[in-house]
Design a protein around this ligand. Sequence first.
Ligand code: ADP
Ligand code: MG
Length: 237
Amino acid sequence: EEDVIKLRQSLGVKVSGAQPPRPAVSFAHFCFDEALLSAIRKSEYTKPTAIQSQAVPAAISGRDILGIAKTGSGKTAAFLWPMLVHIMDQREMQEGDGPIGLICAPTRELSQQIYLEAKKFGKVYNVRVACVFGGGNKYEQSKALKECPEIVVATPGRLIDHIKDKTTNLERVTFLVFDEADRMFDMGFEPQVRSIANHIRPDRQTLLFSATFKKKVEMLCRDILTDPVRIVVGELG
Ligand code: ADP
Ligand code: MG
């Protein structure tokens, strides 16, 4: 127990919540299969970043997560790798053709960055990924959604449009991520974020990431996360 505390201190990670798992200081400790580990090694990453070391074991164990860490700390992979593991578990078990993983991000640029990263690592398991965002061609996006992507990356407003148009069906989503929650609030997306969360089945796993932790984010967490592991890297922004 004491060495776990020291380990977290050395990583600069603060953790709260019921029984958080031990952080993993090397990729080998993530219990990923050889295919995913080899893709990570090919990225020339040598070890997990602080947020990855704590968030990945918690997410793999099925926990909801609140992750606070500044830009550039590797949050994307911290939710994408566990999402891929989850999809590999779920894809045979669940009927239907809607996405299993859903990631919401505030802007077109961010959603496209996440999309590229999801395709890069998703290739390991032939996971199909689609990206929908405001300002993009709705018809093209609808076509992409028809091709049964297992991961959808979306900006909140455009995703709501697709839900209304019934061009996507989120009944099968069991792994939900809100990235850059603080920016989503700054951009006025709170109603859309809450509406999306209400659309997804309650037995889902939910991960929420933010660079800062303000009152509104805290209140959203209270409403949409269940018994989360809270992870803070560095100082609270
Ligand atoms: P954030 O979402 O926290 O701003 P990103 O997920 O965009 O951070 O990652 C920032 C950069 O760090 C990206 O270029 C990414 O490829 C790289 N990166 C992610 N994980 C690692 C790692 N374990 N080791 C080295 N670089 C990494
Ligand atoms: Mg990010």
